[in-house]
Design a binder for this molecule. Structure first.
Ligand code: BV8
Ligand code: ZN
Length: 251
């Protein structure tokens, strides 16, 4: 009886079009806390789902901007982990690979993935809240920030509006271009590799189900076992940085 890992390797070795769908778990081993992890420091008493909203920003721009600048500074200080690297190496074995990520960090790109769609935006691209002009803002010094501080968002040179993070907040629509590109990729893939996501946030969380419905194989990689509902769905239990390199070794 082949192991789940060997079965996944067999499917992956035959796949022509693979979508790698990732969540915060793929960046956990780089030192970026997931949304399931408790927030720390200044943000410890806040719920991310309440802080990552337009309402929270309008109510207290300095608290929300400070949180994103602290996170953006941390992303600048960490490195891609073996999970990101294995996903980038997949492109050597599979003709068509598309990474569809819920993450707002740039670790997939820094690991070498060449096609990355960000369904929830990018923390590296702040813009004016009022006129949407992209704003170049130097990284905050993490040593100065300690566990995070309130920070006044810089003002836009054109209209004096406040900077806002380039991410998609709860209640905001997904970027049209990313979502319109992701959907057909999932529709036509042979295999969707779902890594490090709790599948709690919609509409992104629909994608593995969409892949299954169109006949693709779906492979989950997560330290928590994922309940599977079809013989074309596999759950590989373990960390991305441990499982993904083993998948690549088998190709
Ligand atoms: C929209 C950017 C509509 C910001 C994020 C009821 C009320 C109100 C709203 C809703 C509702 N029901 C549904 C909604 C819609 C809402 C939603 O889904 N809410 C949920 C919470 C119920 N969705 C939205 O609002 C979306 N927009 O629907 O618009 C609309 C339509 C038309 C017109 C106008 C509006 C927008 C959602 C985007 C929110 N922004 N991020 C920021 O980063 O601050 S979401 C954010 O949270 C992440 O991007 C990510 O998507 C999500 C966290 O999920 P995960 O990535 O899965 O991470 P998580 O921590 O949950 O899990 C980590 C996993 O990794 C775990 O399974 C863990 O076991 C695993 N793991 C841990 N370590 C490892 C590991 N795996 C592998 N290796 C390891 N080492
Ligand atoms: Zn502006």
């Amino acid at each position: 009886m082949p192991t789940q890992l060997q079965t996944a390797i067999d499917h992956l070795s035959r796949a022509q079009r693979v979508v790698v769908f990732t969540g915060a778990g793929v960046s956990a081993e780089s030192g970026i806390p997931t949304f399931r992890d408790d927030l720390t420091g200044l943000w410890a008493r806040f719920d991310p789902q309440r802080l990552a909203t337009p309402e929270a920003f309008l109510a207290d721009p300095e608290l929300v901007w400070g949180w994103y600048e602290w996170r953006r500074a941390r992303v600048g200080q960490v490195q891609p982990n073996p999970g990101h690297t294995a996903i980038a190496q997949l492109e050597r074995h599979v003709p068509q690979v598309c990474v569809v990520t819920q993450n707002v960090d740039d670790l997939h790109e820094r690991a070498g993935s060449t096609r990355v769609l960000h369904l929830h935006g990018s923390i590296q691209s702040p813009r004016c809240h009022d006129c949407a002009r992209p704003m170049q803002i130097p990284l905050a010094d993490l040593d100065q920030l300690g566990d995070g501080q309130r920070m006044a968002p810089p003002r836009c040179e054109d209209c004096d509006g406040p900077a806002r993070p380039g991410v998609v907040w709860f209640g905001e629509s997904l970027p049209e271009q990313a979502w319109q590109s992701a959907w057909p990729e999932v529709q036509k893939c042979d295999l969707l590799l779902s890594v490090g996501t709790s599948g709690a946030v919609y509409p992104a969380a629909q994608l593995p189900q969409l892949a299954l419905e169109q006949g693709a194989v779906v492979v989950h990689v997560n330290p928590d076992p994922i309940a599977v509902s079809s013989e074309r769905e596999l759950s590989l239990v373990g960390r991305a940085g441990e499982i993904l390199p083993r998948l690549m070794e088998g190709l």
